[in-house]
Design a protein around this ligand. Sequence first.
Ligand code: SIN
Length: 489
Amino acid sequence: MTSSLPPSVAAHVPTGMLVGGRWRPARDGATFAVADPGTGETLFDVADASEQDALDALTAADEAFAPWRAAAPRVRADLLRAVFDTMTAHAQDIAALVTAEGGKPLAEARAEVAYAADYVRWYAEQAVRVEGLARRAPAGTHHQLVLRRPVGPALLVAPWNFPVAMIARKLAPALAAGCTCVVKPAQLTPLTTAYVAEIVRAELDARDLPTGVLNVVPTSSARRVSEPLLADPRLRKLSFTGSTEVGRTLQAAAAQHLLRTSLELGGNAPFLVFADADLDAAVEGALQAKMRNAGQTCVAANRFLVHESVAADFAERLTHAFARLVVGHGADAGTTVGPLIEAAAVERVEEVVTQAVDAGARVRIGGRAPRRAGYFYEPTVLTSVAPDLRVVTEETFGPVAPVVTFGDEDEAVRLANATPYGLVAYAYTRDVGRVMRLAEQVETGMLGVNRGAVSDASAPFGGVKQSGLGREGGEAGLEEYLDPVYVAL
Ligand code: SIN
């Protein structure tokens, strides 16, 4: 364990797997190392689940399903509310863990914990509001009742970029609905999940609720865990957040038993700045949309599409704003941009920036990886960027802002839609008519208008096209874990 994690926090991180309410090592005793991306040093060795460990976890989830689905909605709501309270009370410790294993600056990690806890609170509130329907059939022949019942044991596969929020966004609605869970945290960030899972386990235990409701299987091989689980008919639901490529493979495997599937996949968010935009607000929003977690979010602004009349001014202001950012270890005071998650991430960013520069893009600031321990890349603004370069067409997942110009609204929409992805778009304009046209024409599941953040526990988060299926958050997020049952009466 390194000094980037306070000893008081380190002492309370479970490093085993949670199966049937008990933390234990892998059956074969295997472990894998979890590192601090800000230093490259190992933080902990964590139990490495085998195929059999994964099946043990599913057995526990399956056995707990009958009592958990029968638990009163108020019981589930109270459990989640207690988890919210404990997460909030331990917010500093959870944030320290998020920073240690994920790299983001502490202030951002604290914001992530609050965001995560908000999902838990929202679904605590929703657990007692699962609605059905009663009406007379149009022909008058019978009555129609529509009830909602939990889908069943769920596999929740979380990404590394929000180690607490993405688990909370899946786990809270699953538990609220009455599903039991097997959680597979990201290999790079299993510690935060373990810490939060222990909060849930302790609350279940204290209330004498079935302990197999939540199971956690960290692993160095996602496939080793997901393949046997997706092949097992006891599993009834898959929720995955991660790359489109992996999502496609998982969906194919989930087709064996036609699982209910929610996929939150890659993005390539356009950030549109129109000629009538408030440029100060646009730059502030750009910082938020681009630099959260050093650009490593699926909702990160990936390409800045700016009207040609304001592009030079916008790029100049953005360059000044980037110059004020402080790159460093997430736990250091003053850091505003942490490391990327691993060496391969830095190499990838270097590759796309090099391709852009070779093709004539101008580096206004940044454009290199600083020489220091850990996996860092400097905040970078590129201008004179052609829209067909990889830095524009691919999800960069790094602190790079390529500025592309457009001539009119039609061209802006065409450029925005010129991608197989459709998660989110951002638009800065004062024209309400234009906002409504963009809402109709831009092919994304979410649109941020004059703001650089859209995420909210009470809103439906998700994409269209190859950015995914289903929604997380809001009322829609609960529906993903419920099956409607129609009773003809
Ligand atoms: C993500 O990057 O996958 C999620 C970001 C968010 O919820 O805001």
